[in-house]
Design a protein around this ligand. Structure first.
Ligand SMILES: [Zn+2]
Length: 414
C-alpha cells in the first residue's frame, strides 16, 4: 500500500505515525439508504484512527468531502432519549445554582440541537441562545421558544457575537467538540467570547473508556477526534483557556464534563482535575504503549459477534437489531454483518424508518415491527442506552426475547 503523504495532526500539525485501529473502507455511518436504492453502490472511505504522538489527539483521517458528510434530513433529535433529557435537566439546575444565573445572565449552547438543554434554563427565566447548523432541528428549537442561530460555531461567529455585545456567563456544548474538523478554531471561538469568570463546559466521550472498553464502534468519519483530558488541555491552553474541574459521567459509555475558563479567571482547581489526569497517566495515554494492542482487542469483538450470529443461525433463531445509530453501522460493517444474519432493525426516529442501514443493507422499520415479527434475539446497537431500551421492551422480554450487546464482548440476557 502506498501513501501519497503521511497525514498530519489536525491540531498541532505533527505527522501521524501511530495507528489506533484501521477499520477499512466504510460508508458514512449516517448515510441511510432509501429502499429504492437497494443494491446500488455506496460511496466508501477509509476509516483509520491514528494517534498524534506529539499532542496525543486521536483522530480519523479527514478523507470525506465536506458536502458528502452533512445529512440534515436524518438529523438526530436529542429529545428522543429520555435518560439524556434527565441528564440535561440536572446539569441546568446545577449550573444555575453554581453560577447564580438569573434573568440578566446569558447561556449559549453550541450545537443546541432541538433546544433539549436550553429549554431547562429558559424554563426558569434565564436568557438563552442556541447555535445549531441543522435547519430542521433548529426549527424544532424555535418552536419550543429557544432562539437559535442556524450556523456552524467558528471563531468568526464568536467575534460577531462579541461585537454585538453578547457576554455569556456560561457557554456549553455536549458531544460536538469531537465532531468539528477544525477543533482549534472552535476552541478559539469559545475563548474569544468568555470574559471574567464566565465558564465553558464541554462534554465528550472519554478516550480512556473507548480504549478500556473497546468502544471502537464509536469511531466513524463524522467523529473526527477522540478526546482525552490530556489532549484537550493542550488545545485549550493554546487558545488561552485552562481547565479547572472535570466530572466523570456515565453518558455515551463514559464521558467527561470539563469545566474551563480564561487563564486569568479566578476559578481554583478542583479535585476532579487531578483525579482524571492521574487516571490517564496510569493508562499510559501519554505514550505509545497506551494505544498499542487496541487492534487485537477490536478483532476479538468481531469474532465474538460473528460466533454468536452463526450459532443463532444454526439454531434457527431470528435476530433483529434495535437503534439505527451511527455506532451500529461501524460495528456491522467492520464485522461484515448483513441482512442474512440480522433480519431487520428498528428505530424510533421516523426519518430513519423505511431506509436501509448504510453498507449492511439491513432494512429499518418503526419499533412496532418487533411486535409484528417478534425476534428471538434483539441486538442493541446503541449499547449506551441498553438499560433504557430493555425497560421499554420489557413486554418482549417477558415473552422470551433475549437482548444482546456486542461491545466490549458479546453479552446475552438470561
Ligand atoms: Zn497533534
Amino acid at each position: 500500500m502506498t501513501h501519497s503523504a503521511s497525514p498530519k495532526c489536525r491540531s498541532c500539525g505533527a505527522p501521524l505515525t501511530l495507528t489506533l485501529v484501521d477499520l477499512g473502507m466504510q460508508p458514512l455511518a449516517n448515510s441511510y439508504v432509501p429502499m429504492a436504492n437497494a443494491g446500488k453502490p455506496e460511496a466508501k472511505y477509509p476509516l483509520h484512527a491514528r494517534v498524534c504522538e506529539s499532542c496525543w489527539l486521536v483522530q480519523v483521517d479527514d478523507v470525506v468531502p465536506a458536502d458528502a458528510i452533512f445529512h440534515g434530513d436524518y438529523a438526530y433529535f436529542s429529545s428522543f432519549s429520555e435518560s439524556w433529557l434527565a441528564h440535561c435537566k440536572a446539569y441546568a439546575s446545577k449550573m444555575t445554582d453554581e453560577l447564580r444565573l438569573n434573568g440578566q445572565s446569558l447561556v449559549i449552547e453550541i450545537a443546541s440541537n432541538d433546544g433539549y438543554l436550553l429549554q431547562y434554563f429558559k424554563g426558569v427565566g434565564i436568557p438563552v441562545l442556541g447555535v445549531e447548523p441543522s435547519g430542521n432541528t433548529a426549527a424544532a428549537a424555535e418552536k419550543r421558544g429557544v432562539p437559535t442561530l442556524v450556523e456552524f460555531w467558528t471563531e468568526a461567529l464568536a467575534r460577531r457575537l462579541y461585537d454585538e455585545g453578547k457576554r455569556p456567563n456560561l457557554i456549553c456544548s455536549a458531544n460536538v467538540l469531537a465532531h468539528v474538523p477544525d477543533i482549534n478554531d472552535f476552541v478559539r471561538g469559545v475563548s474569544r467570547l468568555l470574559t471574567g469568570d464566565a465558564v465553558y463546559t464541554v462534554e465528550f466521550p472519554h478516550l480512556l473508556n473507548l480504549i478500556r472498553l473497546v468502544q471502537f464502534d464509536t469511531i466513524y468519519h463524522e467523529h473526527y477526534s477522540y478526546l482525552s483530558l490530556l489532549a484537550v488541555e493542550k488545545i485549550f491552553d493554546a487558545a488561552g483557556l485552562r481547565v479547572f474541574d472535570v466530572e466523570e459521567m456515565p453518558t455515551h459509555g463514559g464521558s467527561l464534563r470539563v469545566y474551563a475558563c480564561r487563564k486569568e479567571a479566578s476559578h481554583g482547581e478542583r479535585p476532579g482535575l487531578a483525579k482524571v489526569r492521574a487516571d490517564e497517566a496510569a493508562a499510559k495515554l501519554d505514550r505509545a504503549e497506551g494505544y498499542q494492542g487496541f487492534t487485537a482487542r477490536v478483532e476479538a469483538v468481531r469474532e465474538g459477534l460473528l460466533d454468536f450470529l452463526t450459532s443463532a443461525h444454526h439454531g434457527r433463531k431470528t435476530v433483529a437489531a434495535y437503534g439505527a445509530a451511527a455506532k451500529g453501522n461501524t460495528l456491522l460493517n467492520y464485522c461484515g454483518v448483513g441482512a442474512q444474519s440480522i433480519t431487520y432493525c428498528v428505530d424510533r426516529n421516523p426519518a430513519k424508518q423505511k431506509t436501509l442501514l448504510p453498507g449492511s443493507g439491513i432494512p429499518v422499520f418503526d419499533v412496532d415491527e418487533l411486535q409484528r415479527r417478534p425476534p428471538d434475539f434483539i441486538l442493541i446497537l446503541p449499547w449506551n442506552l441498553k438499560a433504557e431500551i430493555i425497560d421499554q421492551l420489557s413486554d418482549l422480554g417477558l415473552k422470551g426475547t433475549r437482548f444482546v450487546t456486542a461491545v466490549p464482548n458479546v453479552s446475552v440476557t438470561a
